[in-house]
Design a protein around this ligand. Structure first.
Ligand SMILES: NC(=O)c1ccc[n+]([C@@H]2O[C@H](COP(=O)([O-])OP(=O)(O)OC[C@H]3O[C@@H](n4cnc5c(N)ncnc54)[C@H](O)[C@@H]3O)[C@@H](O)[C@H]2O)c1
Ligand SMILES: [Zn+2]
Length: 350
């Protein structure tokens, strides 16, 4: 077992990473919860594989438990999904002394965490992330929220879980598409903070080989995110480093209507293109974009896109909610394992 403490004062919590943990949830819950009622929020895919395992083990341990499965997919991470979940919590008579568990990918974690942060002004919650992306990224750091018709993540809060329980074995049922998506973020961690991780990833040839090292890989990613989040919980500065590849990535995802590229694919292209741009501008040594390209190819991720309408993509960037005025902060990679914030303008991308 691997364990990490995210040190955020009174909002501190532990992350446990262990293969097979999904079958052994109750005793880990008892470490941080002494009430008796638990409500599990999941989605219909994850429910099919793991819903009853978690539900039944908790019941056998004496908890009063109910679960609710939303439809899978980003469409469910919507403001409109909230009332039906609140209704179920009211029917179950959940109180502020009880517990919510989010069992699923980033959609369930973000929506369920937001429900936990708002229902009765806040109920404790525990994350059991089941997608690679949620295990290395979204379950750590306390950003919870939902989408509005006009954009992603426009309503939300900072609300830390009481614990994060990660079972890498559940990744065996994850579709290849979502596996690759998560690997985009894993590669990002290597690029921004950890050359050893980057080199390890470069030495693995198959998903099976990755799974042999998966506990270490997840631990390393969570640890990088932990350090950054501890220094900048509310995302006012350094946390931005985690956005390497994301400015261009988001714009590409959006420009293509969120259907052509997954998030991880957008980030992959973003990481390569911004590194190439940084090289062309003489900001970094000319060599690393080739390394990024090669590792992306190794993991079946794209590195380039037909920028048929480059101006439209740049326009998309300048409309991004994070951009203040014409100034724009981008993340550039100086060398593998070392990224920094660079203050520029949208023209950087021209
Ligand atoms: N809060 C944050 O800091 C943060 C960070 C990054 C991303 N996010 C958010 O995360 C979301 C994306 O997360 P995601 O990629 O996990 O998407 P997701 O939750 O939709 O999961 C991807 C798919 O995999 C399925 N799935 C999950 N675990 C499975 C398993 N073990 N076996 C089989 N199928 C499984 C899901 O049902 C879904 O169909 C986005 O909404 C994004 O905004 C949040
Ligand atoms: Zn991301």
């Amino acid at each position: 077992m691997k364990e990490l403490l995210v040190n955020l004062g009174e909002n501190s919590y532990n992350i446990e990473i262990e293969k097979g943990l999904i079958k052994d949830v109750p005793k880990r819950i008892r470490k941080v919860f002494n009430g008796e009622k638990i409500f599990i929020i999941t989605d219909k895919n994850v429910d099919k594989y793991y819903g009853d395992i978690v539900l039944n083990s908790l019941k056998e341990d004496g908890f009063i438990v109910e679960k609710y499965a939303i439809n899978p997919g980003e469409e469910s991470k919507s403001f409109n999904t909230l009332p039906e979940v609140y209704e179920k919590l009211l029917d179950f008579k959940l109180t502020r002394k009880d517990l919510i568990i989010t069992l699923g990918g980033g959609v369930v974690g973000d929506l369920g965490g937001f429900v936990a942060s708002t229902f009765l002004r806040g109920v404790s919650f525990i994350q059991i992330p089941t997608s690679l992306l949620s295990q290395v990224d979204s379950s750590v750091g306390g950003k919870v929220g939902v989408d509005l018709p006009r954009g992603k993540n426009l309503v939300g809060s900072f609300y830390q879980p009481k614990r994060v329980l990660i079972d890498p074995n559940v990744l065996n049922t994850l579709d290849e598409k979502f596996y690759k998506d998560g690997m985009g973020e894993v590669i990002k961690y290597g690029c921004i903070r950890d050359k050893d991780l980057f080199n390890l990833l470069n030495s693995l040839n198959t998903r099976e080989e990755v799974m042999e090292h998966i506990e270490d890989i997840i631990y390393t990613c969570c640890n990088i995110k932990r350090i950054i989040v501890e220094r900048d919980e509310k995302d006012l500065g350094e946390r931005m480093i985690l956005n390497f590849g994301h400015t261009l990535g988001h714009a590409i995802e959006k420009y293509y209507g969120f259907s052509e590229f997954t998030h991880g694919e957008g980030v992959a292209i973003g990481m390569y293109l911004i590194t190439k741009l940084s090289e062309n501008k003489g900001l970094v040594k000319k060599e690393f974009s080739e390394d990024i390209k090669n590792i992306l190819v190794r993991y079946g991720l794209p590195f380039e896109v037909e920028l048929a309408d480059k101006d439209a993509i740049i326009e998309t960037i300048s409309l991004d909610k994070k951009n203040m005025g014409s100034r724009l902060k981008v993340i550039i990679m100086k060398e593998i394992g070392n990224a920094e914030i660079y203050d520029t303008t949208v023209d950087f991308f021209r």
